[in-house]
Design a protein around this ligand. Sequence first.
Ligand code: HXC
Ligand code: NAP
Length: 287
Amino acid sequence: MDNGVRARFRLCVAIGYVSTMSNPLDVFRDGALAGHVAVITGGGTGICKGIAAAYARFGCDVCITSRKQDVLDATAAELKAATGKDVLAVAADVRDPDAVVRVVEAARARFGKVDTLVNGAAGNFLAPAVALSPNAFKTVVEIDLIGSFHAVRAVFPSLRDAGDGLIINITATLHYHGTPLQLHASAAKAGVDAMTRNLAVEWGGAGVRVVSIAPGPIGDTEGMRRLAPGDAAKKAKQAVPLGRFGEVDEIAAAAVYLRSAAAAYITGAVLVVDGGNSVMGAMMSLT
Ligand code: HXC
Ligand code: NAP
């Protein structure tokens, strides 16, 4: 493809997108998630704040957790103003299994049950494998993978008791190919996707569905600020067939769908929401 054709192609994609753009959450009806109670790790910021906001908007009771109480309190106040729902904010480091148990206990005490977990807490940075110290690699695996294990372990009895339990693990597409500077996060997220499949098999009989959402590059998030700063963002968009970064509400819409009755037969699946980024062939960059 020469540069002129490529530019016209991208313009058509952009015009098509703008002409059909509306908030993806508007397709769901009010009260669609009423009666559910969700614990959302990493829910104070970014993608998981978007999921918390959408869940509250559609009637789900929500408990958000991460390390910083002040950030959680500010988000809870913002969601209360936007949705009228009281959002519970409990600080915990997901690397501490007892702290995660306390979060689930607090949510259960406040709302009477917990039937949904969104595992979104994560840490990441760009680093060549050769520059990763043992503690750097361990830190990301401990937050993303072992932290997710702590959360599923803490929440399972509540999900089983509540019935219609759901775990959504927020993963990524990094590990589908060899992604430079991302050994630590790729290894961690691959492990989380493995956990999704194993737990779907083990816990299906207990009425618990387990799924992953694998976002591609999502705009205006800490993840993309760290992984594609400055000019790198422009290049990253060129690797997305839809020609743009995703929006937080597009991940939130996937999370609302998976919690809804429309997804009752879905378990063990990884829902990729990436504008086609992960199926783009390497040869595309040569054309
Ligand atoms: C190399 C680094 C590093 C870097 C930290 N380390 N940053 N190594 N390059 N840029 C090393 C440190 O030197 C240390 O090793 C070890 O990692 C632990 O660092 P701490 O700062 O002590 O850890 P901690 O305070 O626990 O903070 C964790 C963190 C931090 C991951 C390092 O960045 C954080 O809190 N992140 C949370 C927010 C976040 O990352 N959001 C983005 C998620 S996006 P030594 O050996 O010196 O002790 C995401 C996107 C996925 O996940 C896919 C997108 C496409
Ligand atoms: P983010 O805003 O930085 O979200 C990460 C959250 O995790 C923060 O709220 C952070 O809060 C929390 N956290 C970090 N370490 C923690 C710990 N040890 N214990 C408890 N909470 C911890 O980043 P984001 O970009 O929105 O990413 C959200 C999720 O989407 C992550 O799972 C990420 O891997 C995934 N993802 C993002 C993208 C993207 O394009 N952004 C793409 C693919 C996948 P505290 O600092 O307060 O603890």
